[in-house]
Design a protein around this ligand. Structure first.
Ligand code: ATR
Length: 261
């Protein structure tokens, strides 16, 4: 079996290691590679997938939306997010899925029942996550106009971005921006004052981020990007192979790898 993650630029993806660990553990022969596909090569690349050169692919920036017209069908979560991170075969059909949000929803459901969530950011990752959250969602974003547009689209609300936002209404706070990601690891999107919320960050490099370190120091529960990364990959792996992967093994392999960076 042959799988790949495509993007541009594409470097240091953890997906090959994770999927190959799971392929091996499931006793499946296969390999998972990284392919750098520029925007004007996407058409040609999908033709290669259609020629059955690939049994499934993961899709990352900048192709998550632009790949949609090349597919036969989308899963409902991909329609809602307007973005695809997984492409797999269902018989003769190439199907687009978005497992970013479902992976996160699964991770979150193991920890709490979110009633009132604050989502920081309004980009592709936020769009995948917002429709999967139970209860009410408030969106805040550096570009307020985008937060308002996304909130209207998903029937939720928006508040203007501020580092000192009143956090008292929320039981879950999720950072979907790149603020705090390596190399700018000393940055944090908000000040954690007057909150008892579960704090989540989709960033996994580094893990924990400054936001999560401050949350822990304040005695708050956290959910990090590693678990979310492993769960979105697990949902892709299941669609690719029909096998549910070993989540604990996946998490262990990724955490160990991240320690070495
Ligand atoms: P992704 O697919 O990872 O969500 P994206 O669609 O480019 O990536 O979205 C990035 C998000 O991070 C956006 O919400 C962006 O805010 P803008 O809409 O104002 O661009 C946010 N973001 C990126 N860098 C940021 C920064 N330095 N401060 C605050 N927000 C930032």
């Amino acid at each position: 079996m042959q799988f790949a993650v495509i993007g541009h630029p594409i470097a240091h993806s953890l997906s090959p290691m994770l999927h190959e660990t799971w392929l091996k553990a499931a006793g499946l022969f296969g390999c998972y590679t990284m392919v750098d596909v520029e925007a004007d090569q996407l058409d040609t690349f999908v033709q290669q997938v259609r020629a059955r050169q690939f049994d499934g692919i993961n899709v990352t920036i900048p192709h998550k939306s632009t790949i949609i017209p090349f597919l036969d069908r989308l899963e409902p979560a991909a329609v809602r997010a307007g973005a695809v991170n997984t492409v797999y075969w269902d018989g003769d059909e190439l199907v687009g899925a978005n497992t970013d949000g479902t992976g996160f929803a699964r991770a979150l459901a193991t920890r709490t029942h979110a009633k009132n969530s604050l989502v920081i950011g309004a980009g592709g990752a936020a769009r995948g996550i917002i429709p999967m959250l139970p209860g009410h969602v408030t969106v805040t974003n550096r570009t307020n106009q985008t937060a308002e547009r996304v909130a209207v689209e998903f029937g939720q609300s928006a508040v203007p971005w501020s580092r000192t936002l009143d956090l008292t209404p929320y039981d879950v706070i999720i950072n979907t921006t790149s603020v705090g990601m390596a190399p700018a690891i000393d940055q944090t999107p908000i000040e954690l004052t007057a909150t008892t919320a579960l704090i989540c960050d989709i960033i996994y490099r580094p893990t924990p981020t400054r936001l999560l370190r401050e949350a822990t120091a304040n005695g708050l529960d956290t959910l990090d990007g590693v678990l979310m990364f492993v769960l979105q990959a697990a949902e892709a792996f299941e669609r690719f192979t029909g096998h549910p992967p070993d989540l604990a093994l996946g998490e262990q392999v990724i955490r160990k790898q991240l320690e070495e960076f």
